[in-house]
Write a protein that binds this ligand. Structure first.
Ligand SMILES: CC(C)(COP(=O)(O)OP(=O)(O)OC[C@H]1O[C@@H](n2cnc3c(N)ncnc32)[C@H](O)[C@@H]1OP(=O)(O)O)[C@@H](O)C(=O)NCCC(=O)NCCS
Length: 277
């Protein structure tokens, strides 16, 4: 039976005890995620992303199957977690730079050759991080997040996950996106290729994004998250809070604004350093 069907059958069962055979099924899923042959979401030829809901089901199953164990290192660094989700056993052959200093990459995620993880950073289960991407200090790659090639996740950039609070679609950051320092991208937001999020930009399902160039307002919709168009340069802005009370109190709401689409000046401001990879 294909892995997907075995995972779905196990996830649907209301058993509270599991066998070694069940754990082997989870092991297969984790290996496939580590290899990148199974993904939480995939981009089709038409550019549309499709979510593989069974992958998230399998990850949640891993928490049900697991037992809390002592994962302490050298008896001094104290860690306690489900035995099904240890850190990923990377080796030199993976060609990933994990710079010393306290980063963690969980088992069951794909991290491509040429990725750099600056400390401290965290890559959660189900994530997919493609070639040449930089995960800078204090950055989070949340559960099932899909990060493309040559993405720069700047210091303290937070990419949310789907496990809790419960989300259906993962956050997706396509190739060559620059995510500025302190940004937050959450709740199934899709950031299309070559976009730039200026430092401090926050995107959620509830965030409208005002596009000054195209004269549109980008919003999430039923069954789809917020989508930032390819090449957009998004900066943090503000708009007047809804009248009359907001106006009388002189309040404004945070709102991201697309000020331009990527040009030579943006390229110069966001150029990557090849020597680091
Ligand atoms: C977005 C960014 C790359 C600038 O891109 P750019 O193409 O050079 O942008 P421009 O300078 O042409 O600015 C275009 C417009 O947006 C405004 N703007 C640019 N960056 C802005 C920002 N961060 N916040 C608010 N407005 C901004 C400019 O004032 C300009 O508007 P104006 O013409 O009305 O003055 C830069 O602001 C940025 O955030 N860089 C990332 C910094 C960072 O996080 N580094 C990582 C450290 S680890």
């Amino acid at each position: 039976m294909p892995l997907r069907e075995r995972i779905e059958a196990l996830a649907a069962s209301d058993r509270s005890t599991f066998t070694d055979e069940d754990r082997a099924v989870l092991g297969e899923l984790k290996e496939a995620l580590n290899r990148g042959s199974v993904r939480a979401a995939e981009r089709g030829q038409d550019g549309q992303w499709r979510v593989n809901a069974w992958v998230k089901q399998g990850i949640l199953l891993g928490f049900r199957l697991g037992t809390l164990v002592d994962m302490s290192v050298d008896g001094t660094l104290r860690f306690f977690d489900k035995d099904t989700w240890p850190t990923r056993a990377l080796t030199l052959e993976d060609r990933v730079r994990v710079v010393p200093g306290g980063s963690s990459i969980r088992d069951g995620c794909f991290v491509a050759p040429g990725v750099v993880c600056m400390p401290p950073s965290y890559v959660n289960v189900g994530a997919y991080v493609d070639e040449g991407t930089m995960i800078d200090s204090h950055a989070l790659v949340g559960s099932c997040a899909q990060i493309g090639r040559r993405v720069h996740l700047s210091a303290a950039a937070q990419v949310g996950g789907v496990l809790e609070p419960i989300g259906a679609a993962p956050v997706i950051i396509e190739d060559d996106v620059m995510v500025g320092g302190g940004c937050g991208v959450y709740e199934g937001t899709l950031v299309r290729e070559r976009s730039v999020l200026a430092a401090g930009t926050i995107l959620t399902r509830s965030t409208p994004v005002y596009d000054l160039v195209r004269g549109e307002i980008h919003r999430s919709g039923p069954g789809r998250g917020l989508e930032i168009p390819a090449g957009a340069v998004v900066v943090p802005g503000a708009r007047a809070a809804t009248p009359p009370t907001g106006m009388s109190w002189a309040l404004s709401l945070y709102t991201p604004i697309i000020v331009k689409y990527r040009d030579a000046k943006t390229d110069a401001a966001t150029a990557l350093e090849e020597a680091l990879r």
